[in-house]
Structures are given as structure tokens and as C-alpha cells.
Design a protein around this ligand. Structure first.
Ligand code: BT5
Length: 320
């Protein structure tokens, strides 16, 4: 009911709608309408109410609810079911908890994470309303070994969605997006599987959108940045979030149906932050240096080490 009232108000932005008229349309009492209007106001919607004229919406809050992003969304299933929180420990943890009961494409979003997670249990700084902190629930019918590719689909999706908004970034294989060498986005893909069958995959994406320099610790500001810092202006989180979901689905459907990721590989290569650079690879606790040569059709990073040996790196830590 609340969403329907909001829809009516949004569709009639330029005029007042009386409680009576809304009530007639939706089949509820004026008192009930008044109650819902108050809830909307509490959620941050600016609603003007004038006696004898009615209600008019004057502003919408900067929140990543389905209601607020759907006008930008063109997907079939990704992001069509959104579980929204003001605050939560970690969207990846919540997504895992609800994965079996919810359809593929469900997205868990929180305005803030108290215990945002990076890889290897590192932490991910996620202050309220300054970023996009989300996790997608995916259920591809593929072998568990193919799941590493999903991170690349996510990275390509973020890279392209940023480009659609005129923001140019690089993909630091396999899970970071960087601008000017500083990290603006990290991806954490986790899965639950049995021998040859995936139960679900959770892809968590964290993007520093409107964070200011003060939002980063002294330690982090040397290696992290936000879109706002780089662009010198606030970025529309709703448009970016929907853009990422749109682009991701565009890449995910061919992957899911035909194991097709050539477009994604092209994007990862063309916008690579690593290819041609000297890299350090940490594998099984050992650090080796070499040069990143390419990304192969399987999405693996090809590295030539100092001893001349060439290896395809499947996953792991790579730094420049
Ligand atoms: C990642 O890990 O880059 C994966 C981050 C995934 C975060 C998303 S947010 C939504 C979803 N829910 C979660 O709980 N997580 C996912 P890793 O490569 O391990 O990088 C972690 C390291 O990046 C930390 O040790 C810090 O040094 C640094 N870091 C922490 N917060 C950061 C931030 N906001 N921006 C850039 N770097 C950050």
C-alpha cells in the first residue's frame, strides 16, 4: 500500500492529490493514507501537505530501495527482488543466509555494513549512504571450477556501467576496479557447492561512490579512492547501481546459457591494470615476481616469471 501511494504521488508530481482521491483509487480510508504518508516522511520522502488540497511529493531520499532504482533498471531478473537494509553486518553474510529460499538475481543491499568483508577475512570499510554495498544471489548450473569467471563478469559489469556514466576505470584482475591506481571497488565471490553441483554463488560488490577523503583511514587513503574524489562531484548511486545490474545481466545470461564470456574477456583485457606490468603474485604463501602478459579465454592471468617460466594464474593475490 505504501509503495502504491508513493507511485501515485510520483506520477502526479506537479499537483496536489487529496487524501480522498488517493483513498478512492486504492480503496483505503483517509486515515490510513495519512498513516502511510507519515511512514514515507520518516523514510526521507519530502511530502508537502496542504489542508483542503492534499499531498504532493517534493523530494525523494538518496536510498537504494527497489522503488527508487527501478526506473533505471532494464533487467529480466537481476535486481528484481531486492532485500534492503539500513544497516547490516555484511550483505554477503545475509545473502548466504537467504540464498536457498530466494530466486536467482536477488540482491541484498545495505546502506551501511558494520562488518563488511574483504577476501581472506579482511575488512571492507562501508560507511552509511556513501557507497554501494551489495551482494547478488546467483545459481548457475555449471561446475564449481567455472565460478571464478563470475568475478570477471562482475568486474566487467562495473567497468562498463562506470563508462556509461562517463567514468573511466581499470580492472585489476581478478577482483578490483581501480582509478589512477587506487582501488574504488572490490568484489568478493563466495559459493556453496557439492562435488559437481553449485548450490549458489554470492557475488559481493563494494563501490566507494560518494566517500570523502575523511572517510578513509590514513592507511587506506594512499591505496583507495572514491568516485566523488576522482570526479569532484557527487555521483548518482541509484543510476550506477541499476547500471551495474543491467550490464551484469547482459554478461551473465550468455555465460549461464552457453558458457560464453568472450566479450567480458575483451573488456578485462582492454581495460586491464596489469597487462604489460611487472607484478607480484602471492601463491601458497610464496611471493614471486614477473610480468603480466595477457588474460586467456578462460579468464586466467598469464604471467611470465623472472626465471622465464610462464604460468596461467587461476586465482590469487596479484599486485603491481
Ligand atoms: C575485496 O577484498 O576487495 C572484496 C571487497 C568486497 C566488499 C563487498 S561490499 C558488499 C559485500 N559484502 C561484504 O561483506 N563484502 C562485499 P580484498 O581484495 O581482500 O581487499 C580488502 C582490503 O582492501 C582491506 O584489507 C583494506 O586494505 C582495503 N579496503 C578496505 N575497505 C576498503 C574500501 N572501502 N575501499 C578500498 N579499499 C578498502
Amino acid at each position: 500500500m505504501k509503495d502504491e501511494i508513493l507511485r501515485l504521488l510520483k506520477n502526479n508530481k506537479d499537483e496536489f492529490l487529496s487524501g480522498e482521491k488517493i483513498g478512492e483509487k486504492l480503496g483505503v480510508s483517509r486515515a490510513a493514507i495519512w498513516k502511510y504518508i507519515n511512514v514515507l516522511k520518516e523514510e526521507g520522502y519530502g511530502i508537502e501537505s496542504v489542508p483542503k488540497q492534499g499531498y504532493r511529493i517534493v523530494s525523494v531520499p538518496d536510498v537504494l530501495t527497489y522503488e527508487e532504482i527501478k526506473e533505471y533498471l532494464s533487467t529480466k531478473f537481476v535486481g528484481r527482488n531486492i532485500c534492503y537494509f539500513d544497516t547490516i553486518s555484511s550483505t554477503n553474510m545475509e545473502a548466504k543466509r537467504i540464498a536457498l529460499k530466494n530466486p536467482e538475481g536477488t540482491v541484498v543491499i545495505s546502506e551501511e555494513q558494520a562488518k563488511g568483508k574483504g577476501r581472506l577475512d579482511r575488512n571492507w570499510v562501508s560507511p552509511p549512504k556513501k557507497g554501494i554495498w551489495m551482494s547478488m544471489i546467483l545459481k548457475p548450473e555449471t561446475e564449481p571450477t567455472k565460478v571464478a569467471k563470475i568475478t570477471l563478469l562482475g568486474a566487467a559489469g562495473v567497468n562498463k556501467a562506470l563508462e556509461d556514466m562517463g567514468i573511466y576505470s581499470k580492472i585489476k584482475w581478478p577482483n578490483d576496479i581501480v582509478i589512477d591506481g587506487k582501488k574504488v571497488c572490490g568484489i568478493l565471490t563466495e559459493m556453496s557447492c557439492e562435488l559437481n553441483m553449485i548450490n549458489y554463488v554470492i557475488m559481493g560488490i563494494g563501490i566507494n561512490v560518494n566517500m570523502d577523503r575523511e572517510d578513509f583511514s590514513e592507511n587506506l587513503i594512499n591505496k583507495a579512492t572514491s568516485l566523488k574524489i576522482e570526479q569532484n562531484k557527487e555521483i548518482n548511486r541509484k543510476e550506477l547501481l541499476a547500471g551495474i545490474l543491467n550490464r551484469f545481466e547482459e554478461f551473465y545470461i550468455p555465460f549461464k546459457e552457453d558458457n560464453e564470456i568472450s566479450e567480458v574477456i575483451e573488456i578485462c583485457k582492454k581495460n586491464s591494470a596489469l597487462i604489460g606490468k611487472k607484478v607480484r603474485v602471492i601463491k601458497d604463501g610464496e611471493t614471486k615476481t614477473g610480468k603480466a602478459l595477457d588474460i586467456n579465454n578462460e579468464g586466467q592471468l598469464i604471467v611470465m616469471f623472472e626465471d622465464g617460466s610462464i604460468e596461467n594464474i587461476f586465482s590469487g593475490e596479484v599486485s603491481v
